[in-house]
Design a binder for this molecule. Structure first.
Ligand code: GDP
Ligand code: MG
Length: 177
């Protein structure tokens, strides 16, 4: 397979943001290694993963950063966002508080991120429809008003996970090239 040492035509950094336990780390492990953990531990510090995507005869390397959703030091926050061209902003469809905090995360992006960052709003855990607290339509309307792309995903069922990351990466590619 293609390792991170190998050359690529484009290298794009993107970040995962959102409250704790919404499923950021599992979305990333599902996308990068096709792995899911029911007992996943909170992320400590900053981790990242690479994913190679072939577009025609070009190779895009996406470098995706993941961190804990709790309060962070401002120095870490600014290096986390530095150079990032895209963000997956994740909430949990079964916990309204995580959706209500999306505005807070958007403010952080505005403060630390690039002005034209590609943002995809992701409502994760769509497999838990019985415990849903945020309707798809409400989230879609919100995303439209804020100019964000939107998708519901399930890291557990592997639903829309590749689609969400790839939508972000292809949008970045469009804007950058
Ligand atoms: P993070 O803190 O945002 O990185 O969240 P994690 O990826 O660590 O996930 C938090 C918890 O939610 C873990 O127990 C996961 O197994 C669970 N989880 C993550 N994604 C999903 C999903 O799509 N569906 C369900 N049912 N559980 C999920
Ligand atoms: Mg995590």
């Amino acid at each position: 397979g293609e390792s991170y040492e190998e050359g690529c035509d484009y290298l794009y950094k993107a970040v995962l943001i959102g409250d704790s336990a919404v499923g950021k780390s599992n979305l990333l492990s599902r996308f990068s290694k096709d792995e899911f953990r029911l007992d996943s531990k909170p992320t400590i510090g900053v981790e990242f993963a690479y994913k190679n995507i072939r577009v025609g005869d070009k190779l895009i390397k996406a470098q995706i950063w993941d961190t804990a959703g709790q309060e962070r030091f401002r120095a870490i926050t600014s290096s986390y966002y530095r150079g990032a061209l895209g963000a997956l902003l994740v909430y949990d469809i079964t916990r309204r508080s995580t959706f209500e905090n999306v505005g807070k995360w958007l403010n952080e992006i505005k403060e630390f991120g690039k002005a034209d960052m590609v943002i995809v709003l992701v409502g994760n855990k769509s497999d838990l429809g019985n415990s849903r607290q945020i309707g798809e339509e409400e989230a879609m309307n919100f995303a439209e008003a804020q100019g964000l792309c939107f998708m519901e995903t399930s890291a557990l069922e592997k639903k829309n996970v590749d689609e969400a990351f790839l939508e972000m990466i292809f949008k970045i590619h469009e804007i950058t090239t």
